[in-house]
Design a protein around this ligand. Structure first.
Ligand SMILES: *Cc1c(COP(=O)(O)O)cnc(C)c1O
Length: 402
């Protein structure tokens, strides 16, 4: 390589995600799939939707998969199917229902219970894995029962950043406390736990195919997985306006929340290479771990699992160091992101619904966390440059930020 060529690679911007590179790599498969849809013209509930549902169910070993319009709608349909939060049904108890979930997650997890007339109850996270803290969850459930204002009803476990939530503990708590357990796997499709794919850890599991997720479409999309045929039938009815055996028999109030045929077609094409992409994500994560573990807090791995690496996030000493490092990387044309700059219980939209319980770990992590670029189209050179740029900064500033 000439000096100039080397300089050019070094100056090439490293985007946080590179959907354009992925599109280039997958183009022939994707065009072929899209062309098939443009030929048969079944744009709504075309054959690709069924095909994708079968493939996703098979991937996870689940009995059923129902394709829906987004990860948010998947959460919504899954809670609607349990009758959670609905005040217009003939429920005997008049208490608002409590849905327990981590504060350190994407807004959708907490938005849905509120939209359905239930109350999100925020739980703190583990400082190492960033997953919901089962000890705090139990304490929150007991607190809510003691106070007697809300009726505990459900737990939403979130596989944050692509790693599994503590499912063994969550299942035990849900059973002891008689709560419905929902798995928000928007970030973790493709991850494994004890050698099996995530997707059957709870009564129902929701997926998102938002473009930035490990398996992303070219627009919004989602799915619900379940082993329960009755729930699967209910999800199918609810995603199409609560329809019955025929289109014009309306059994219940539902939504228009179907997965588009075109999105299913794109996802089918992407699924063919998803295994390879997951391997590439894992090897980039390992390279980051290996090079950075001595100078910065790298993500703690959940034992016996392999992450889908939706997000690879390091933890800096404090907010000031994070800002300085992010600026340094930006100056060197390396993009980073902050998931999440503020835990949900502090957000303006949720603060009025939060009971004021302190969630110190969520608040602390939000102030120090920084996500590095991680996607299958990063080259080894890109990864090396991210590493050396971080090392340069942290080693040079060790005195200043220690
Ligand atoms: C992305 C995401 C969602 C929402 O998925 P959409 O497809 O964007 O509606 C829900 N929960 C979590 C944890 C997410 O990351």
């Amino acid at each position: 390589m000439t000096k100039n060529a080397l300089k050019n690679t070094q100056n090439k911007a490293i985007p946080f995600l590179n959907l354009a590179a992925q599109q280039k790599r997958l183009a022939p498969r994707i065009y072929q799939r899209i062309e098939q849809v443009l030929t048969h013209c079944h744009f709504v509930m075309g054959p690709e939707v069924k095909e994708l549902e079968a493939r996703l169910a098979q991937w996870c070993g689940a009995e059923a998969c129902v394709g829906v319009s987004s990860g948010t709608d998947a959460l919504c349909l899954a809670l609607m199917a349990e009758g959670i939060g609905q005040t217009n049904t003939n429920k005997t108890n008049t208490k608002k229902e409590a849905v327990f979930l981590p504060s350190f997650t994407y807004t959708a997890t907490a938005e849905v219970p509120l939209l359905l007339g239930a109350m999100p109850v925020f739980v703190d996270i583990d400082p190492h894995t960033f997953q919901i803290d089962p000890v705090h969850l139990r304490a929150r459930i007991h607190q809510i029962r003691r106070e007697g204002v809300l009726q505990p009803r459900a737990i939403i476990g979130v596989d944050l950043f692509g790693q599994p939530a503590p499912w063994v503990e969550l299942r035990a708590i849900a059973q002891e406390e008689d709560l419905f357990l929902l798995a928000d796997c928007a970030q973790s499709f493709g991850a494994t736990l004890d050698g099996h794919s995530l997707g059957r850890e709870a009564v129902a599991t929701t997926l998102s195919f938002f473009p930035s997720k490990p398996l992303g479409g070219y627009g919004d999309g989602g799915a619900i997985l379940t082993d329960d045929p009755q729930r699967a039938a209910l999800y199918r009815s609810l995603r199409t306006h609560g329809e019955g055996a025929t289109r014009y028999e309306v059994l219940r109030i539902g939504m228009n929340a179907r997965l588009d045929t075109l999105q299913a077609a794109v996802l089918l094409a992407k699924l063919e290479l998803f295994h390879e992409e997951l391997q590439r994500r894992e090897s980039i994560a390992c390279a980051y771990d290996h090079a950075l573990a001595e100078i910065v807090r790298v993500p703690a791995r959940v034992p016996n699992s392999r992450s889908a690496w939706a997000v690879y996030a390091i933890l800096l000493n404090d907010r000031e160091t994070r800002t300085a490092l992010q600026t340094h990387l930006k100056t060197n044309t390396i993009a980073t992101a902050i998931y999440y700059p503020m835990p949900l219980h502090q957000q303006p939209a949720y603060k009025p619904h939060h009971d004021g319980t302190a969630l110190p770990v969520s608040e602390n992590v939000a102030s120090r966390i920084l996500a590095l670029p991680l996607h299958p189209d990063l080259t080894d050179e890109d990864v090396a440059r991210v590493i050396s740029t971080i090392k340069d900064f942290l080693c040079e500033n060790r005195g200043a930020y220690a």
